[in-house]
Design a protein around this ligand. Sequence first.
Ligand code: DI6
Ligand code: FE
Length: 406
Amino acid sequence: MPTTVDLLIRNARPVTCVDDDCAVSPASYIAIAEGRIAAIGPTASLPSTLTAHEEIDAEGALLTPGLIDCHTHLVYAGDRAREFEMRLKGASYEEIAKAGGGILSTVRHTREANAADLMAQSARRLKGLIQHGVTTVEIKSGYGLSLKAELKCLQVARSLGQTHPIDVRTTLLAAHALPPEFAGRPDDYIDHVVEHIVPEAARLQLADAVDAFCENIAFTPAQTRRVFEAARAHELPVKLHAEQLSNQGGAALAAEFDALSADHLEHLDEAGVFAMARAGTVAVLLPGAYYFLRDTHLPPVALLRDYGVPIAISTDCNPGTSPTTHLPLMMNMACTLFRLTPAEALLGVTRHAARALGLSASKGTVEPGKQADLCLWDADHPAELSYAIGASPLRARIHRGSVTNQ
Ligand code: DI6
Ligand code: FE
């Protein structure tokens, strides 16, 4: 460790998230240099010669890794509050989608918005995530559905990361829905995606991964496979919206392509769980969408545990099925709705969420060498982070070694 560091946090009680039980360590110091954790240890072992440019007395606050929201559709224009009303009067999500509403209504608004407007609308949501302790967010495209509009959304996502104290990972989700100009010709649209959109997003380095919506109201496993093959040809890792509304065998297909994650998974069966376990694919559960759609088909949490599949939790922030930026509330819902333990919920937004983005080497735990993305919480025990409904006791948030909110 250098003798002078940039930031020294004293009297924190770290939950490093290295162990599955999320145990709380005794009072510790954390030394940060050049945006990384330089050292961590019990207060008694703090070297007396160490000096720091800035110090924080955590006064016994819990310290966790910065939260990671590994599945969002945060870049879009407009909202779908009216559709929410329709659903409350009895229309189903599938019926609204088939009638040209749903995703396609957000596509219309997103295509019409210029980049500055899209950026301003999306920045409001990003600030919501930041306020709740999120230091890394994944943002998908998928409301453009044309080469130009998909690239615009990815570019806005990248710009959001450059102008806010948060790391953004982008995912190309061109295979989210069938755009109106390809109505009745899904295979032609997939041709367009694999021949033009994936190659151009890759060439411009605008996408860190590729995703698809494999579902009876979206794309078939055969079409998804073609998108994955294009991603592989451009050396981009894949993720998949799988088994949300029906069992299409999407998770097993994703595992075949060594997917970083398969997400939603309410209708996942044991064969899918087995395939994910073998491939090391993370299960990303999205309790906000389950809640908002008033779903009753629970994801197979016990099977995921039995097979040792890592479970991540995310907001799925999107206008149709999960209009939220409150990641701690998703931890609460993961516990109440899916029966995760509070420790599992915390790992789901830290270590396992990092893995779902391919970022395990630099993020997700509090260890020397990792990026200094940290949260301090006014809480005695990590269970309190999942326990509170709609409140998060965030005391301070640190991104790349800089305090950004206190
Ligand atoms: N699954 C979802 O929950 C979102 N997309 C997806 O593939 C919903 C997107 C929307 O309704 O706008
Ligand atoms: Fe989603």
